[in-house]
Ligand binder design. Structure first.
Ligand code: BES
Ligand code: MN
Ligand code: ZN
Length: 492
């Protein structure tokens, strides 16, 4: 599918489907839309009246245009109130348009949407992301593809002539989001620690990143007892992945992204029971998936920032060699951990990943993890949790996530709750009481970062969607690759 930027007026555009965005309660046709309506023999006005189209956000209407016209279909999409127009409302409108055009089997599509934030470049980027991400369909595990038939071949972004660079950037970001989705959606018998390392290798060679893979013995030498404790019951070898993107010339800053990479989480001997969603635990590498997705995007965009992408990848399994509940592990910073629950494994793997990452001497670290069910209870499925003691980092991430259309809510780093992790035998337990479970998880991670500005993102909810929403088809969302890319690119 080719996406082009053009200044062709919507009145003159010709092709299969023309999509026009209309603001709420502003659907009376004036100016060039009145002309367009006239050209289409009143079809536009009729469509608005017959479908009672009001322009509400998320609404859409489509109809055929009488034969002999220069366009075959007209798609209307509601934009909501003009003062609420945002990059994300454009991304969503573009997604709705793309889905409609696909359903209509249109091959060529013209999109006429307003510019948000007086910024045509960000606008073109958001629209392009909306189109590509809404149309992505994963047929890898079907014997026959479900979306046979005509495919969208060409999309023209009207009024955005000259925005080719923004389109290219959006395409790069979308390859990262789609990679993350496909890694998360793939079952645990397809995506394993070994295949994750191979994916990292492919990114490194395609986009010129440096790659270091630490095998079990390398991790042993570094004293990564917490990560290896989790890995010890799996028949698959753990892989500690470290990708580095270095710009030509001196980087403006050096940062790191660390992702939880459990290709399957059975819970270990504290095995997940019936109704626990154990069959969904292939998605427990969502943090690592987004980390690799961000690496793929950054490797193409090539910003002036050095970025390290780190993930300690393994499965959490059971066997005669499994951690016992109650075992004491020693992490690579020397701290000892009483594993009072083997199902709180993500924080154990992240502990060693964070210690490793801090030694790289970066200016800031962001970790992302499908860490706790408690975060889903707190914030629901659409919003991730954000913890940091660094307000600069907090505001960078909030700005990045807002433009990305990926929601986060800042949660408290309530030091007092660390009391819940007090252990009588070791420096700390890995699990506290049920109340505030996502907060104690963040406080646990904090023990493994000494002085580098650091933020923790709990993405247990939004990494997966049960139904189509915005530019995400149901299933793996690729969350929060777009936020991470924006954060890397943000000037700080
Ligand atoms: N991977 C899970 C968290 C999770 C739960 C992600 C549901 C997505 C959906 C994590 O390893 C886990 O099992 N956490 C436990 C922690 C508890 C034992 C303290 C949880 O949230 O129940
Ligand atoms: Mn678990
Ligand atoms: Zn887990």
């Amino acid at each position: 599918m080719e996406i082009r930027a053009t200044d062709t007026p919507r009145l003159d555009w010709t092709g299969d489907a023309l999509a026009v965005g209309l603001f709420e309660d502003a659907v009376d046709l004036s100016g060039d839309l009145a002309q367009l309506d006239e050209k289409l023999a009143g079809t536009l006005k009729e469509l608005i009246e017959e479908t009672e189209f009001k322009g509400g956000a998320g609404s859409s209407a489509v109809t055929r245009v009488g034969s002999g016209s220069s366009i075959r279909k007209i798609i209307l999409v509601g934009l909501g109130k003009p003062d609420a127009l945002s990059l994300d409302s454009l991304r969503r409108a573009a997604a709705a348009i793309a889905r409609s055009a696909k359903q209509q089997k249109s091959k060529t599509l013209g999109i006429s949407l307003p510019v948000a934030n007086d910024n045509p470049s960000d606008t073109a980027q958001a629209i392009t992301e909306g189109i590509i991400l809404a149309l992505h369909q994963d047929n890898r595990f079907k014997s026959e593809p479900e979306d046979k038939g005509a495919k969208l071949e060409q999309v023209d972004l009207l009024g955005l002539g000259g925005q080719e660079a923004a389109i290219t950037k959006a395409q790069a970001i979308s390859t990262g989001v789609i990679l993350a989705r496909e890694l998360v959606a793939a079952p645990a018998n397809a995506v394993t620690p070994i295949s994750m390392a191979q994916t990292a290798e492919a990114i490194a060679s395609e986009h010129g990143l440096a790659l270091e893979i630490l095998e079990r013995e390398d991790c042993e030498k570094l004293g990564m007892g917490a990560f290896l404790g989790v890995a010890q019951a799996s028949d698959l070898p753990p892989k500690f992945i470290h990708l580095t993107y270095k710009p030509d010339g001196t980087p403006k800053r050096k940062i790191a992204i660390v992702g939880k990479g459990l290709t399957f989480d059975s819970g270990g001997l504290n095995i997940k029971g019936a109704g626990s969603g154990i069959e969904t635990m292939k998605m427990d590498m969502g943090g690592a998936a987004a980390t690799l997705g961000a690496a793929k995007a950054i490797g193409q965009i090539k910003p002036d920032v050095e970025v390290h992408f780190v993930s300690a990848v393994t499965e959490n399994m059971i066997s005669g060699n499994a951690m016992h509940p109650g075992d004491v592990l020693t992490a690579s910073n020397g701290k000892t951990i009483e594993v009072n629950n083997t199902d709180a494994e993500g924080r154990l793997t992240l502990a060693d990943a964070l210690v490793f990452t801090e030694k790289l001497g970066v200016d800031a670290i962001v970790d992302l993890a499908t860490l706790t069910g408690a975060c889903i209870i707190a914030l629901g499925n659409d919003i991730g949790g954000l913890w940091t003691a660094d307000e600069t980092l907090a505001s960078q991430l909030k700005t990045a996530s807002e433009a990305a259309g990926e929601k986060f809510w800042q949660m408290p780093m309530e030091e007092k709750y660390f009391e819940g992790l007090k252990s009588s035998i070791a420096d700390m337990k890995n699990t506290g009481p049920r109340p505030g479970g996502s907060i104690t998880a963040a406080l646990f991670l904090k023990q493994f970062v000494k002085e580098t500005p650091w933020a923790h993102l709990d993405i247990a909810g939004p990494v997966w969607a049960d139904k189509d929403e915005g530019c995400n088809p149901a299933g793996a969302t690729g969350y929060p690759v777009r936020t991470l890319v924006n954060w890397v690119m943000s000037d700080a």
